[in-house]
Ligand binder design. Sequence first.
Ligand code: ADP
Ligand code: MG
Length: 358
Amino acid sequence: MQGTAERADPIDPILSVENLRTTYYTDKEEIHAVDGVDFHVNRGETLGIVGESGSGKSVTARSVLGLVDEPGVIEAGSSITFDGEELTEKTEREMERIRGGRIAMVFQDPLNSLNPVYTVGNQIREALQLHRGISGSTAKEKAIELLEDVGIPDATRRVDEFPHQFSGGMRQRAVIAMGLACDPDLLICDEPTTALDVTIQAQIIEYLEEIQARRGLSIIFITHDMGVIAEVADRVAVMYAGKIAESAPVSELFANASHPYTEGLLASIPGNNVGRDRLATIEGDVPTPTSTATSCRFSPRCPKAFDDCRTVHPKLVPVRDGVTDHTAACLLYPDDEPRTDAVETHRDHDTATEETER
Ligand code: ADP
Ligand code: MG
């Protein structure tokens, strides 16, 4: 989100993810849900992760939190560094302390995160007690303050109500308040506004922005909605079939979308196709990656695909020589190189990966 007081230090990210691979070994097949993903989150910034349903966004978030359930496995060689510590080496107990303590997560469906038999206030107080040792009347005051922070009107009365007495939008705010109760350094929001109407969605985004500016919070905001990304993100990672397809600062991404998949996502935003009577959408579905990639996984749907796209697996490369903050995993890039040279850049990497895997 723009306008954060303390600007991020790019050489000291709060979170750094390298070669993250999370595989589900089901009876039928191996699902490479996250298939070699690299990204980082700077302090005080919002990284938006966007992509269609099934692209691996939630599994990426769950991997960071150490919440990958069987038959899922975070593969060896994956690295998740949070504030200088390697999370993949932590024990379950250590991860429990980090979750809800230093990293909080807000899921799409607030009903799954709230217990129907306890008041909202009790649940926030429990989080305060568990993670910060705050109890009694101080905890109640703090709970009211947190509800006020996320824009719950009449919080003094509302704190004693049950989740079912809250509207959908207020429940989602209560869940965000619970997440903030532990005063996290990183908040991961997985489609937190998807089920809400646009007005409530805009309000929640506004509150998150305010809280972020006040606390210097880092946020990963996951959504399938490019319109929401434009509102919330400082930088964006576009995910497709377990991989990052493109990564850039938000203004650069919207001004100079480079990957044909990103172009397709942008064309699908209502209002971006003025003059057309039909919404441009990308035909087809996100494939489930069940084997090592030997081609571009987007090529079957790509309007710009050429022969090499079906035999060479692209890696993330700068879109142009000298550009450092805008990368795309597409054989069309770097676009200042002759096409054949660009393709060779990607092909080289294919062989290198195979060799290290042997
Ligand atoms: P997104 O959040 O982008 O919609 P997900 O991260 O939920 O996508 O899913 C990515 C891929 O991982 C999908 O193909 C999905 O079917 C698979 N997947 C997710 N969870 C499981 C699971 N528990 N068992 C098997 N496959 C899973
Ligand atoms: Mg998801």
